[in-house]
Design a protein around this ligand. Structure first.
Ligand code: NAD
Length: 325
């Protein structure tokens, strides 16, 4: 990037970063993390005591991709009433050679595509090639991004979906129709019985899927649990599955694995970084019958990776605003 500060709006991010771009960027940074070429700094997340907001920072440095920066933002529950998204974030990129601010990039769209890229990277590397039924648990803002990204990884013929608030399911049905795949609203037990791949993306604080409902050979991407106390699946499922994560330290503290770890059902040494599979250092799925489970907790380096694509592409396409510093 040349001199000055680039500003890339939310709207431009959506124009210049595709789901495929996000997949490539997230896969590369997970690989770099597993090699020790990229690392995330400790996350800060605070209740600020105003507007019920949670505010914090996720940051890191990718030496391989030369990406240094921070995503700053959080959750403002009252925003919906103001016609705004509750989750708000902005990504700041710095020149790793000089520390100069390089780019300010809108983080809301990018958070959704980088989270969808994370589960789709896990599907690409861990799901059976003959997977045909995709199970969706959750029908909120992230869910449509998840469905679109997953659909690019396997020849899914049908989506089966369940959500604690069934009135939200039509948004997933509409995306399935657009993608030309069948759609069926089912019970969680039926979802487990039919699905070859399952994505969970809810704000749940209790298990929604039990171990005995999941059939052999299933791949699960558990994406909703990103805070202490949240939970989407039965801890016994993690004990019986082959578990992978974006970052093991987050997986056992704020991710889905926190509960199985606390209950002594799983050790951090049982969890494999997905980057090791990407780099060819771990075989991934070991048999067609094995249940694989990816704990996607969400790391700052994912945000920086997609923001870097947004800045580069926006500049290349003449869509970024440049300001002298
Ligand atoms: P949203 O508010 O738009 O949707 C919430 C979803 O969770 C809906 O399906 C809703 O029906 C369900 N839900 C709400 N309360 C629930 C409860 N008490 N029990 C069970 N289900 C409940 O949220 P979103 O933006 O779609 O995000 C969904 C989840 O994904 C959140 O927990 C969010 O923090 C998490 N998230 C994770 C990452 C990551 O990188 N892993 C990134 C972004 C968001």
């Amino acid at each position: 990037m040349s001199e000055g500060l680039l500003i890339v709006s939310e709207e431009i991010c959506a124009e210049v970063v595709s789901s495929a771009d996000a997949f490539t960027a997230v896969e590369a940074v997970f690989g770099a993390m597993a090699k020790g070429d990229a690392y995330n700094f400790p996350v800060i997340r605070e209740a600020i005591g105003y507007a019920d907001a949670l505010y914090g920072f996720k940051s890191g440095f990718d030496k391989a991709g030369k990406t240094l920066g921070v995503k700053s933002g959080g959750y403002w529950p009252g925003n919906m009433d103001k016609g705004l998204t509750n989750h708000q974030s902005t990504i700041f990129l710095f020149d790793p050679d000089t520390g100069m601010l390089q780019a300010l990039v809108g983080g809301n769209y990018l958070t959704a595509v980088r989270t969808a890229a994370s589960s789709s990277v896990s599907i690409a590397h861990l799901a059976r090639k003959d997977a045909r039924v995709l199970g969706m648990v959750g029908a909120g803002h992230q869910s449509t991004f998840q469905l679109r990204a997953a659909a690019r990884q396997r020849d899914f013929e049908k989506v089966v979906a369940w959500n604690p608030h069934p009135e939200m399911l039509p948004r997933l049905a509409a995306v399935a129709e657009e993608l030309g795949v069948g759609f069926e609203a089912v019970s969680p037990q039926e979802l487990g019985a039919q699905a070859d791949v399952i994505i969970t993306i809810t704000s749940a604080f209790e298990p929604l899927l039990m171990k005995d409902w999941i059939k052999p050979g299933t791949h699960l991407a558990c994406m909703g649990t990103d805070t202490k106390g949240k939970q989407e699946v039965d801890p016994a499922l993690l004990a019986s599955a082959r578990v992978f994560a974006d970052e093991i330290s987050q997986s056992t503290t704020i991710g889905e694995a926190q509960h199985a770890t606390e209950q002594g059902l799983l050790k951090s040494t049982d969890i494999t970084p997905i980057g090791a599979v990407i780099n060819g250092d771990h075989a991934g799925r070991s048999s067609p019958e094995e249940i694989t489970l990816f704990d996607g907790t969400g790391v700052g380096l994912q945000d920086l990776a997609v923001a870097s694509v947004a800045a580069r592409e926006a500049e290349k396409q003449g869509k970024a605003t440049r300001v002298a510093l």
